[in-house]
Design a protein around this ligand. Structure first.
Ligand SMILES: NC(=O)c1ccc[n+]([C@@H]2O[C@H](COP(=O)([O-])OP(=O)(O)OC[C@H]3O[C@@H](n4cnc5c(N)ncnc54)[C@H](OP(=O)(O)O)[C@@H]3O)[C@@H](O)[C@H]2O)c1
Length: 431
């Protein structure tokens, strides 16, 4: 039972029924000290932080760009700004930390650059953890049979595990395949392919097997590992109940969405080209679809049941995970999304702190409206995403379309919430 989520100590935006670990059988250990959550601005880290806070842990959330929104999102958490590619910045982040979660990847740097950056980041993190005498690192990486030829992305995830574990601090490596949940990049690719295509080509590799896992089960394993000291230094494969081919996953999604789709065997199986097409059809940019879809050439299935034995709870089926994800979207309750992570190399984007500068040109005009202030504000909050721009929306869409053709993220990156706007939300990113 959660004893901290009383009305006088709420975790903002996280009603108690939306926390996943209440039923987790492991014992809370808040006495161990400070927990560092890296990648806190990302999809997994952003969901782990409130869960730990609700269980009474002292949480330090690490982000690359400060924002007042984090203080309200995780009341009670300490926010630290650090970048794993800038080793000096890790000093303050690691100070007095007992356990550090490593929830970082560099896919947004694109297929040519991410691998090198990921290894460098992991090496910096390992050294900083050693210097600060951190007791444990818990890393969430990717599933894959190391005896087979792995995609660059999966190979890099394995190398990060090796790099982190190469020092004195023991590392628990959790390895997951596709994570199903509202806001996860892989889930959004599957959903948008099924929603937007009437005929879906099934290449040879779509017969490969995968063991998808629900986001809530991933969070339970991450918290469960912290609360199960025997998992220190172990590699644990985590997965859901079902082992499915990618074709079955697409068909399952069509079934749940209630749409009829034609699935055609395809003699053409070039993942590079198909992932480029997928980036045009889904909101996920090419830099990420290419890296993730190359991983489809590998079977990603749990090799053993150790995680289930050590952290015992009943994981969800693929179908249950999809239904939960869709219902969160319907309720407009998506707390974190892959697109919350910000591409640092995006020089053309205007960043929040740059808005402080005095503009060289100002203009103002007024318009009398009979709409209420609340209705006008609601309208402002809906800009971008499905609603488009306030006027001449076609120009905005055309601009985004050109950006997609040139492998940019265009406008279909979408919005975290179609109706609520928070500081740091990405609205339009067409560069
Ligand atoms: N999502 C899945 O389907 C899935 C499946 C299996 C495993 N995983 C693993 O889960 C972990 C987290 O993934 P995710 O889905 O949460 O990714 P995500 O939403 O894309 O978030 C990535 C996070 O990494 C941070 N980051 C990137 N480079 C950094 C750097 N140099 N220094 C500090 N922070 C940096 C980003 O911060 P900014 O906001 O500043 O960019 C962001 O918070 C990864 O290890 C991934 O391999 C995910």
């Amino acid at each position: 039972m959660s004893d901290i989520l009383d009305s006088d100590h709420p975790i903002q935006g996280y009603p108690r029924e939306e926390l996943f670990c209440d039923e987790l059988p492991t014992r809370r250990r808040p006495e161990i000290g400070k927990i560092l959550v890296t990648g806190a601005s990302g999809y997994i880290g952003g969901r782990l932080a409130p869960e730990l806070l609700a269980r009474g842990y002292q949480v330090r959330a690490m982000v690359r760009l400060a924002s007042p929104v984090y203080e309200t999102r995780w009341p009670g958490a300490e926010i630290v700004v650090a970048d794993t590619l800038q080793p000096e910045s890790l000093r303050a982040a690691m100070q007095d930390v007992h356990t550090a979660y490593y929830l970082i990847h560099s896919l947004l740097l694109g297929p040519d650059k991410f691998e090198e950056a990921e290894i460098e980041a992991a090496a910096n993190f390992r050294k900083a953890a050693e210097r600060a005498h951190v007791s444990r690192i818990i890393y969430l990486g990717g599933l894959g049979d190391t005896r087979s030829r792995l995609s660059d992305h999966l190979r890099s995830r394995m190398k990060v595990a090796e790099e982190l574990a190469g020092g004195k601090v023991p590392v628990t490596v959790l390895r997951a395949a596709i994570i199903v949940g509202s806001g996860s990049a892989s889930y959004e690719i599957i959903k948008h392919l099924v929603k937007n295509l009437f005929v879906i080509l099934i290449p040879r590799w779509a017969k490969n097997k995968c063991q998808p896992v629900a986001i809530r089960d991933v969070i339970k394993y991450l918290v469960g590992a912290l609360e199960t000291p025997e998992t220190t230094g172990m590699h644990l494969d985590i997965g859901g109940v079902d082992i499915l081919t990618y074709e079955e996953m697409l068909k399952g999604m069509a079934d749940i969405l209630g749409v009829k789709r034609i699935f055609l065997p395809s003699p053409f199986s070039g993942i590079g080209f198909l992932s480029y097409v997928a980036s045009l059809i889904t909101p996920v940019p090419a830099a990420i679809t290419v890296c993730l879809m190359r991983g489809l050439a590998n079977e990603v299935v749990c090799q053993d049941q150790k995680a289930r034995e050590l952290i015992p709870f009943q994981p969800l089926t693929y179908r249950q995970s999809i239904v939960k994800a869709l219902s969160r979207e319907e309720q407009d309750q998506v707390h974190t999304r892959w697109s919350d992570a910000y591409p640092p190399a995006h020089e053309l984007a205007v960043k929040l702190h740059e808005l402080d500068k005095t503009p060289a040109y100002t203009a103002s005009y007024s318009l009398v409206s009979d709409k209420s202030a609340a209705a006008l504000f609601r309208s402002v909050c809906e800009v971008g995403g499905g609603q488009g721009w306030f006027h001449h929306s076609w120009m905005w869409r055309m601009r985004g379309g050109i950006d997609r053709l040139l492998l940019g993220v265009g406008i279909s990156r979408g919005r975290r919430s179609p109706s609520k706007l928070a500081v740091h939300d990405v609205i339009v990113l067409a560069g």
